[in-house]
Each structure stands twice: as C-alpha cells, then as structure tokens.
Design a protein around this ligand. Structure first.
Ligand code: PEP
Ligand code: MG
Length: 334
C-alpha cells in the first residue's frame, strides 16, 4: 500500500498543488548545482526556491570566477526552461567553512561573520557573484536572495551593491528578496518589506536562533524543532507583515518538506514551499488532499500550542477525523 501511494504521488508530480477548496501553493525545490536543477524539474518542482550558491565555492582551492559562475547559473536557467530560479548569494560561515578564504577563527561562528556579513567583508567575492547573476538573468527568470539579513541597513547596503553592478552591466532589474532566518528580521519584517520584493523563511536557522539551540548540536536535536510554537509564531508575524506590504512569503528550510510542516505553513499563508527534491511529489500530493480552510484551522491551533509535541497531536487529530482510512494509515507510515 505504501509503495502504491508513493507511485501515485510520482505519477501526479507534474500536477499543481491545488487544495480541495481551490487554493494553489507553489512547490519548488532547493538545489546546489545545475544537475539538481534538471532533477528538480523531473521531480515535479515548479522552479527553484533556493539555490545554495555556496556549494559552487566548496571543495576547491579558489573561488569560482565570474565566467564559471555565469556558466553554472545559465546551465540552471536552461534546465529550468522558463521556471523561476532564486539564487541565494553566498552563505558562507557558520557550518559552511571555506578554507581558502582564510577567515579568522571565531568563538561563535554562527553569530559571527557569516552570510551577508561575509559578503560585505569580501566585496570582491560578492561583486563577482552579483555580476555573474545579472548576466545569467538574461538567460531566464532569475531572482536574487540575500542570506542572514538581520537589519534594514544590511538589506539596503546589499541592494545598493547589487544595483551598482546591474547599472554597470546595463542588465535588467530582477526581484530582490531576503531570507528571514534571524529573529530581528522577523521583528523588523514590516520595514524590511518596504525594500524587499519577497521573503523566504529559513526555518533551519530561524529555529536555531529563536530557540538558542545550535542546529548541529547532537543532544539538542530533538528539542530544536521547527514546529515549536515559538518558531511558528515568528513565521506568522513574518507572513502578516509581508502581506500588509503586498509581498509574498516562501519557506525554504527543512520544515517546508515535512508533511506536517507544509500543511501548517500553507495554513499560515505561506505561498511557496521550497524543499529537497525527493519531497516534492509527496508534499504536492499531501496539499492536494487537504482544504485551505482545514490547514488554516490547524495552523491556528498549532500557534496556540505550548510545545511542538502537543502541536503534532493536533495534526494527528486532523488526520484522524479524515473519512478515508487509508489516509490515516498513510500518515502513520510517515
Ligand atoms: C535555513 O536556514 O533554513 C536555510 C534554508 O538555509 P541553510 O540551511 O542553507 O542555512
Ligand atoms: Mg540558513
């Protein structure tokens, strides 16, 4: 039965994720290279919600040149054949170390010079990457996304640097968004939304910074749960601020590819879910089986929970009330 359900999901993977009451949620993929762009399309992804561009910089002796990066990004737009590609600019630091950058050792690398802070410290790397991205923008629908934005000033500085590159290349304008993965960005979302075209919530980092639990810590892993109501309330605040400013919100952290997480995120008003490639078909199928009204009710109950465990119980109750027995069994297998 389990195999039959997976096969049915695979066969339906190119159908959009439209809920039983007619609401569409965009389901896109997280990738690290051009080969994965093609795999994502074949798996039913409707585009790329997160290119972790730092993967182009890892496991080598020097940074990729502008031409190398242009070749990689344009290979992705070719594979995507008109589907959107969100390129996150370098997110090095924290857990992603790049030895050839010779960055000084830090006592707290997750709170140190990582993400956009490293880009400001190394404008040579950032400008080269921005040039490659703007050149690739003429080959397909590309959007730029800045990681680890914690203040409005950081967003404005990054935007200014991108605009200077764009003008230099006489390239077309592209949408510029930011990752929401730091609590200060959530609390300043209304102001940030004035200068960003979209938000994408990075629940992996948002969970670690909200709960003050290292995302890689072996003994804290069980508690560092993105379904914790504290994290859900952060996402709720973000969506509300973005909607008030007419901006859309996606989620590209691991929570988007989790069946419980996807339903709650959709219910919170998240428009785009970006996940690892193998999750695409299953999440699309799951969303197609549910109504937005039910997911909104579930999200409200989840927000009111005291911890992640009681939230999971709410999800199980929702599925238990389903009239189809096999759907309940399907839940149990996950
Ligand atoms: C996140 O933090 O949720 C995210 C998507 O970014 P990364 O996992 O690459 O830090
Ligand atoms: Mg992150």
């Amino acid at each position: 039965a389990w195999q039959a359900a997976r096969e049915a999901e695979r066969l339906a993977c190119y159908q959009p994720a439209i809920t039983t009451d007619g609401q569409r949620i965009e389901v896109v993929a997280n990738i690290g290279n051009a080969v994965e762009a093609e795999q994502a399309v074949n798996a039913g992804a409707e585009g790329i919600g997160l290119l972790r561009s730092e993967f182009l910089f890892l496991q080598r002796a020097e940074p990729p040149s502008e031409d190398e990066q242009f070749a990689a990004y344009s290979a992705m737009t070719r594979a995507l054949n008109g589907l959107p590609l969100i390129i996150r600019t370098l997110d090095i630091g924290g857990d992603k170390e790049v030895p050839y950058l010779s960055m000084p050792a830090e006592a707290n690398p997750f709170l140190g010079v990582r993400g956009i802070r490293l880009c400001f410290a190394r404008p040579d790397l950032f400008n080269t990457q921005l040039r490659a991205i703007y050149r690739a923008a003429s080959t397909g629908p590309v959007k730029i996304m800045f990681p680890m934005i914690a203040t409005v000033e950081e967003l404005l500085t990054a935007r200014d640097m991108a605009e200077a590159v764009r003008v230099e290349l006489n390239a077309p304008k592209v949408d510029i968004g930011i990752m929401i993965e730091v609590p200060s960005a959530v609390l300043m979302a209304a102001e940030l939304a004035q200068h960003a075209d979209f938000f994408s919530v990075g629940t992996n980092d948002l969970t670690q910074y909200t709960l003050a639990m290292d995302r890689l810590h072996p003994s804290l892993a069980r508690q560092a749960d993105a379904l914790h109501p504290a994290v859900l309330r952060m996402i709720d605040l973000t969506v509300k601020a973005a909607k008030a400013a007419g901006r859309w919100v996606g989620v590209c952290g691991g929570m988007a590819g989790d069946p419980k997480g996807a339903a709650i995120l959709a219910g919170l008003g998240v428009a785009e879910l970006s996940m690892s490639i193998p999750s695409v078909a299953a999440i699309k199928a799951r969303l197609r089986k549910q109504s937005m009204v039910d997911m909104q009710a579930l999200a409200q109950r989840a927000l009111a929970c005291r911890n992640a465990a009681s939230m999971c119980w709410q999800v199980m109750q929702l599925r238990r009330s389903s009239s189809c027995r096999w759907r309940w069994r399907d839940w149990m297998t996950r």
